[in-house]
Design a protein around this ligand. Structure first.
Ligand code: PLP
Length: 388
């Protein structure tokens, strides 16, 4: 797919133009080309209800957050964007808006552990049931649909097994069953994949990752095309109050400006590292959607521009996996992903520890890499040393 983002009736602009300009007109009072950090909680009213620019209280709206929300909607090809304090806060707003006790959700059998925890430990005790399903198997998804299914929740590529599922096909199944399709686009980023254009109803992100891109801010965001759905989600954003603060919004907006160039470099580096790992005797299996033998490769080719900067691989044992994670020096041992610096982690004991003993438990011999944008020769040398 190309990187043109549909924009209603106005001429289409390219992804990077939108990333740099959407929602970011020069400041009307000073001409500042970057939206200022409106570090403010309240706004002077010219008489009761006389709001200048529509702002009354920063939980409801703040100009720096508005700039981020408009830009985010534009780069996801949506009409409405909403920014939250974290990815999980954004996910929670979806749950509270669309679900009621008695409803049912189809979730991936491989997903971020915190997402699974939200369904298993927050939504289920509230009366929402869920079924983890391998989303690459469309007949399994059809079989899991029930009359009370309200959401089919998709993560593609998945964290941490890099599974790929067909967004357009899943949208058709969800809509046939009267459910909405939610896509967590965190691993791909809107530069590589545009779920709304493929039929998704809501796109959710941990903007902490590629969108922010510099490991200096925690945030989340939603994008939708349907105005009424956008209003319902915005109601919960304000009613529950887990909004992105002005400085966090500003950092995220700054990250978005370079998202396209960063993603291309993440992909370049990841492709070269995959080549090295595939040939390495200490590696049992490499999980990367760009590999022709990856089970989701054909779908990834169809719906992604490139294959991303995340790589997982299996070592020959759990002990080997832990040892590799602890021996790198340039790849920093740490949770999170999507920043300019390379990270390594052991999902079983770190990011996905909350899925232990569940259907989403990950293999103990798994290592996950978030490939940064450093010089790739240095990254390869660091991994070769850790694998030796
Ligand atoms: N979705 C995915 C795919 C993630 O990897 C994460 C966090 O790692 C989240 C959602 C949750 O985001 P946050 O940590 O910003 O709350």
């Amino acid at each position: 797919m190309d990187n043109e983002v549909p924009q209603g009736n106005v001429p289409q602009q390219g992804f990077e133009t939108l990333a740099i300009h959407a929602g970011q007109e020069p400041d009307p009072t000073t001409g500042a080309v970057v939206p200022p950090i409106y570090q403010v909680s309240t706004y002077k009213q010219d008489g009761i209800g006389g709001l200048r620019g529509g702002y009354e209280y920063s939980r409801s709206a703040n100009p720096t957050r508005t700039a981020l929300e408009e830009c985010f909607a534009a780069i996801e090809g949506g009409t409405r964007g909403l920014a939250f304090a974290s990815g999980l806060a954004a996910e929670d707003a979806i749950l509270r808006t669309l679900l009621r006790p008695g409803d049912h959700v189809v979730i991936p059998n491989d997903a971020y552990g915190g997402t699974y925890r939200l369904f298993a430990r927050v939504a289920e005790p509230w009366g929402v049931s869920y079924d983890p399903v391998p989303l690459g198997d469309l007949s399994a998804v059809r079989a899991a649909m029930r009359p009370d299914t309200k959401i089919v929740w998709v993560e593609t590529p998945t964290n941490p097994l890099l599974g790929v599922s067909d967004i357009a096909a899943l949208a058709a199944i969800a809509h046939e069953g009267g459910a909405l399709l939610v896509v967590d686009n965190t691993f791909a980023s809107p530069y590589l994949q545009q779920p709304l254009a493929l039929g998704a109803d809501i796109v959710v992100h941990s903007t902490t990752k590629y969108v922010g891109g510099h490991s200096d801010v925690v945030g989340g965001a939603l994008a939708v095309q349907d105005a009424e759905l956008g209003d319902r989600l915005a109601f919960h954003q304000n009613a529950m109050g887990a909004v992105a603060g002005p400085f966090d919004s500003w950092l995220t907006l700054r990250g978005i400006k370079t998202l396209g160039v960063r993603m291309d470099r993440h992909c370049d580096n990841a492709e070269k590292i995959v080549e090295m790992l595939v040939a390495h005797r200490s590696v049992k299996q490499v999980l990367y959607p760009g590999l022709p033998d990856h089970p989701g490769h054909d779908v990834a080719v169809k719906q992604m521009k490139r294959f991303g900067g995340m790589i997982s691989f299996r070592a020959w044992s759990a002990e080997d996996a832990v040892r590799i994670c602890e021996r790198t020096t340039l790849f920093t041992l740490g949770e999170s992903l999507g920043g300019v610096e390379s990270l390594i982690e052991h999902p079983g004991r770190m990011t996905h520890a909350s899925a232990a003993g569940s259907p989403l438990e990950v293999p103990a011999d798994l290592v996950r890499l978030s490939v940064g944008i450093e010089d790739v020769a240095d990254l390869i040398a660091d991994l070769e040393h850790a694998l030796s």
